[in-house]
Design a protein around this ligand. Structure first.
Ligand code: NAD
Ligand code: WQD
Length: 349
């Protein structure tokens, strides 16, 4: 089966491409490179040859999703029946909560506008299976319990609003009855880690605000210390608790979602992808230090605006429906991230 991965050169998309190739899918990528680097292609190919994987060749199209003519060309090029695009994994999008507050127009235009163009072209070419990279950020809650898929959708920043809007749009498309759509919104919690080779990982072009890239900077001595946002949350040690999920576990979830969709006639699903286990900032620092034999100095500062104390997935739907099971521990995430950071301390620059 031929799968088109939008944003396939990004952090999560690159791991999904690798996993698709390993599972014998044919992979096409559309990426504008707005937050990625073409070096990732060489490194995916290196991993493939290091592991002697007998895979099909990946095709890369450097294009913005909003360029409808280019999208049409790509779908047309692959429109011969037996080898047409069978499904889309839609990772392309802007993802910085901070940037989205200052640039809501860019976020809405890219994340929502890009998706509308994509769905329009998919419909035109009769491709009606899509897995969308959604986010736990749409819940806008985090007060203690596990969050299941029926929790209220209440995003509190423009980035989250765009993710909720795309989900809403996809629901309307599904219920339009125009085609038999198969749609899964995978709501990621806190993706981290890297492929165990250290050849692909998270390489943001702008300023990183997430905890893993910041911890890495401190470990690499590019930053003095980690500022911990609050030590008075109602959590086990007062620091924020999150559900960190290894990017390879996440990638495997996509393959299982794809296989699930291949066996149903029509479907619209929202599924959490998280470990179901909460880790505090202090626990994370401890594991990172011990696993990698590095020092992570830190200080407590005030809470970050819009933060939550406890955001952990109820992942039972993914486990029961997709037969998915996250296999990698926090220690694996810390070790794999560090290996990638040692090989690429400045990312792909
Ligand atoms: P990323 O920035 O590393 O990857 C996104 C990729 O999409 C990049 O390669 C970028 O160049 C490309 N892109 C962006 N806009 C595009 C456009 N209009 N046309 C073509 N390509 C475009 O981000 P990531 O961490 O890999 O995230 C992938 C997806 O998962 C995003 O949609 C993000 O919102 C979502 N997500 C990420 C996280 C996370 O913490 N990383 C959590 C939840 C959801
Ligand atoms: C994790 C924990 C912070 C930085 C974000 C997005 C969300 C999703 C995943 C895309 C929290 C604490 C952090 C620091 C700290 N992305 N922290 N010092 O906020 O859970 O989620 O990434 O969809 O949309 O909002 O992740 O990594 O920023 O924070 O103490 O310098 O680390 O308070 O408890 P978050 P994060």
């Amino acid at each position: 089966m031929k799968v088109l991965v939008t944003g396939g050169l990004g952090f999560i998309g690159s791991h999904i491409c690798l996993e698709l190739l390993s599972n014998n899918f044919e992979v096409l990528v559309v990426d504008s490179l707005i937050n990625s680097n073409s070096l990732v292609i060489d490194n995916i190919n290196k991993i493939v040859s290091q592991n002697k994987l007998n895979v099909r060749k990946m095709r890369i199209y450097e294009a913005d999703l909003r360029d409808e003519c280019k999208l049409i060309d790509i779908f047309r090029e692959h429109s011969i029946k037996e080898s047409s695009i069978g499904a889309v994994i839609h990772c392309a999008g802007l993802k910085s909560v901070n940037d989205s507050v200052g640039s809501p127009i860019d976020y809405w235009a890219n994340n929502v506008g890009g998706t509308i163009k994509l769905i329009k072209v998919m419909e035109e070419f009769g491709c009606n299976t899509i897995i969308f990279s959604s986010s736990a950020t749409i819940y806008g809650v985090g007060d203690g319990g596990l969050i299941n898929e029926n929790a209220t959708i209440n995003p509190i920043n423009p980035y989250g609003q765009t993710k909720a809007a795309v989900e809403r749009f996809l629901k309307d498309v599904f219920y339009s009855g125009n085609q038999k759509w198969k749609i899964v919104n995978l709501r990621y919690f806190n993706p981290t880690g890297a492929h165990k080779s250290g050849l692909i990982g998270e390489s943001p072009k702008g300023l990183a605000n997430n905890i893993f890239p910041i911890i890495s900077k401190v470990a690499l001595k590019k930053k003095d210390k980690l500022k911990i946002f609050g030590n008075n949350w109602d959590t086990k040690d007062g620091t924020g608790v999150r559900d960190y999920i290894h990017v390879m576990d996440l990638a495997e979830g996509h393959i299982l979602a794809l296989k699930y969709l291949n066996n149903v006639k029509e479907e619209f699903l929202n599924i959490n992808l998280g470990n179901g286990i909460g880790t505090s900032v202090l626990e994370l620092i401890k594991t990172y230090q011990e696993s990698n034999n590095v020092e992570i100095p830190f200080e407590f500062v005030g809470r970050r605006k819009g933060d939550f104390g406890h955001v952990v997935a109820d992942n039972s739907k993914a486990i029961s429906l997709l037969k998915w099971k996250p296999k990698r521990s926090i220690k694996d995430m810390c070790k794999d991230s560090w290996r990638w950071n040692l090989l690429y301390p400045n990312g792909y620059v």
